[in-house]
Design a protein around this ligand. Structure first.
Ligand code: FMN
Ligand code: SF4
Ligand code: SF4
Length: 316
């Protein structure tokens, strides 16, 4: 049966076919120079809902440490932006949500202080082939460049999707396919090393966002449509253990488990509360169907996620 999401995507594609132009590119050159070719202190800041972006960010940090840099890994929601001035290399990691970086990530990047000449790199994790990951990366670099950062690298790494509707498996997200494996982690290590090499050689990258069919899907009010499809969004008092995980993960402070309440106006329909509740206490009804979150998805499919061996000794 065709899902609402597929229907929306197909409608967007149809609009694109009927409209003009089909593809174009806007180049954003990074002509400026790095303020240093030998960075000493690197910051890796991630927003991550179900852990994939964090995992890739941490591996980047471990790889940089092996190259002799001092590295800090930070969660975007708890990092004091004023500290950005302490670093001479900055990496930003985000998942792709709704064909772009999430609103809370773009808001956060828009609010960072000036970082003139600082080498910057962007990485995203994504769950579907239609994910528009390239333009999401360009979006991150664009926001960093507006603050004076000089782009040194960009890369997307696939993962299994953390999108729970209407059912976990669909044609694009089959159980356990595209789990990060050794090849994924090698690509992450290569990305870190190559980006550092590029900085040492003094060669920034240019980036060009693409106007393509899937870009049109981004223009649809997907968050709004999803919120319309959510008929109930509460907390089950009987199951809730008041652990606070949903509160910590909610990017907009919209969930209040002690009152079993969600501020539906603030909510970004990111499913972070559902995907992080260890007790299955977050109740979301999507077009009449109850949803379950990422921990339950892993449990039901008996999926175990491989961790890079570095994590055994790299204390980031
Ligand atoms: C609300 C939501 C929207 C998503 N939208 C997309 C998307 O448009 N394209 C895509 O490739 N993946 C999408 N995904 C999947 C995530 O990008 C993917 O699972 C990512 O690796 C999650 O990273 P994290 O574990 O760091 O949160 C979405 C996931 C969620 C929860
Ligand atoms: S309430 Fe849940 S779905 Fe809404 S923004 Fe917060 S974490 Fe995301
Ligand atoms: S994550 Fe789940 S168990 Fe923990 S406070 Fe939120 S609703 Fe309650």
């Amino acid at each position: 049966m065709e899902t609402r999401r597929n229907f929306i995507i197909k409608s967007a594609i149809l609009c694109a076919v009927l409209s003009w132009p089909l593809s174009a590119a806007t180049a954003r050159a990074a002509a400026r120079e790095f303020k240093t070719r030998s960075p000493q202190r690197a910051l890796v800041v991630c927003y991550s809902q179900s852990g994939f972006t964090d995992r890739y960010g941490r591996l980047i940090g471990c790889t940089l440490r092996d190259r002799g840099l001092a590295v800090d890994l930070a969660d975007m929601r708890h990092f004091d932006k004023k500290r950005m001035a302490d670093y001479d290399l900055i990496w930003i990691g985000s998942p792709v949500f709704y064909y772009d970086i999430p609103q809370n990530v773009s808001d956060w990047l828009a609010g960072i202080p000036a970082i003139p000449g600082v080498p910057v790199a962007a990485f995203v994790s994504f769950g579907g082939p239609e994910g528009n990951q390239h333009n999401a990366l360009c979006h991150v670099l664009h926001l960093l460049a507006e603050k004076g950062g000089v782009p040194a690298g960009m890369e997307a790494f696939r993962s299994i999707p953390s999108y729970p509707t209407p059912a976990w498996d669909s044609e694009n997200q089959r159980s356990g396919e595209h789990l990060p494996d050794q090849a994924t982690y090698n690509a992450v290590r290569r990305f870190a090393t190559k980006t550092l090499d590029r900085i040492q050689q003094g060669t920034p990258i240019s980036y060009a966002s693409e106007i393509e069919l899937r870009e049109l899907a981004r223009m649809l009010p997907l968050v709004w449509l999803n919120k319309k499809a959510i008929s109930a969004h509460t907390v089950d008092k009987a199951k809730c253990i008041l652990c606070g995980a949903c509160v910590k993960k909610c990017p907009v402070d919209a969930i209040h488990p002690e009152k079993q309440r969600v501020d539906r106006d603030r909510c970004l329909a990111c499913f972070g509360c559902l995907n992080n509740c260890p007790a299955g206490a977050v109740v979301i009804s999507y077009r009449g169907q109850p949803l379950y979150g990422f921990p339950e998805y892993l449990r039901r499919r008996k999926i175990a996620i491989l961790e890079p061996p570095e994590f055994g000794h790299c204390a980031l």
